[in-house]
Design a protein around this ligand. Sequence first.
Ligand code: URP
Ligand code: ZN
Ligand code: ZN
Ligand code: ZN
Length: 461
Amino acid sequence: MSRTLIRGGLVISATDETYADVLIEDGRVAALAAPDFAHGWTADRTIDATGKYVLPGGVDAHTHFDFPFGGTASSDDFATGTRAAAWGGTTTVVDFAVQPRGGALREGLDAWHAKAEGKCAVDYAFHMILSDVTEASLKEMDRVVGEGVTSFKLFMAYPGVFYSDDGRILRAMQRAAGNGSLVMMHAENGPAIDVLVEQALAAGRTDPRYHGEVRRALLEAEATHRAIRLSQVAGSPLYVVHVSAREAVAELARARDEGLPVFGETCPQYLYLSTDNLAEPGFEGAKYVCSTPLRPREHQAALWRALRTDDLQVVSTDHCPFCFAGQKELGRGDFSKIPNGLPGVENRMDLLHQAVVDGHLSRRRWIDIACAAPARMFGLAPRKGTLAPGADADVVVYDPRAEQTLSAATHHMNVDYSAYEGKRITGRVETVLSRGELVLHRGEFTGRPGHGRYVPRATFS
Ligand code: URP
Ligand code: ZN
Ligand code: ZN
Ligand code: ZN
């Protein structure tokens, strides 16, 4: 029986901020006590957190490690990706297993287990991308729900790749309503976007910035609206991923005001980056190509506001890195061939702490959107996302006063650029524990591949 004691820090949850000592036994949180009452506690290891925050480990509910996409594969695998996650204070990731088109869910899920097994530094779980809704795959949904894969991503975008038409989406939503799983939606009108892509390229508009122009905010809002109404007809809850347009936020807010079980996620790139980045000269804009795309700066205020008012509940990264050299470059002369995706799994907790420093969020809201809400939404609570007794001892000691500069020169993600190069951050992860094991301490990584376990998730309802 091993015991760790974290002393003297400010323990922050989604609901409380209290000075408490945290006792960890056998990988779980055993107890919290006011420092005055914890003086009798003994431990094998004591971590001094005086002047620091003590947080539940981050839960990133949207990553793509080792993800074949855009004619290449994302540059972080489960080893490098989960290691970078740990460096950034994230101790659980939910990645996307992909049903091959024309193939079975089983095939995709087995393949993703094989990619992850024995490699992960922190715990992991899977959603499943439904790329082919058929009678057989609808039946298979129930089976994988039984294995703890309790959410399914559908795409209204990417015709010919992951796209499902409205009929297939409705069938999948009906199935989800029956088996208690959560449908996640990539809400952009793909067929309409493809027309605009074709027209832009024919007119010689080939630079990265046109990626942002053809993927119109209106087409995100329209798809969001359609997804909401389809889920209402099916009687299923809905979670819209990577929301970037203020018009899409308005659709979610309206649906929630109507009392519908509709939820939304945004990502740090939409909060901090904009079409200005997509317009950077010399093909630099390719570094910022993702879908939904970055929007004009004016959209950011609506996203921050929705995070405060709970019209958006979660910030995930949609971490899907492609190196500038050799990968993003595939789209020189044709923006539609730039692999879509941005790195960020290592930066999320810091960027959201910066939002606390900048006055966008309270500290508790930071922990809610980065840890507690994703854990609740995706069936990982109460083991993950909180430091209550009985929870897994996934703990971050965070120094709120440390200064750092984000850079590809110092990050641990396997990608040759940072989307936030040069950005100054107040705050830094000092110590990370995963199920009570020390993964990171004062700049030294002590984790190991294979420590991270597959976490089966509970159903949404
Ligand atoms: O550009 C993005 N978001 N790449 C990852 C795939 C997806 O649609 O989430
Ligand atoms: Zn997507
Ligand atoms: Zn309408
Ligand atoms: Zn994604």
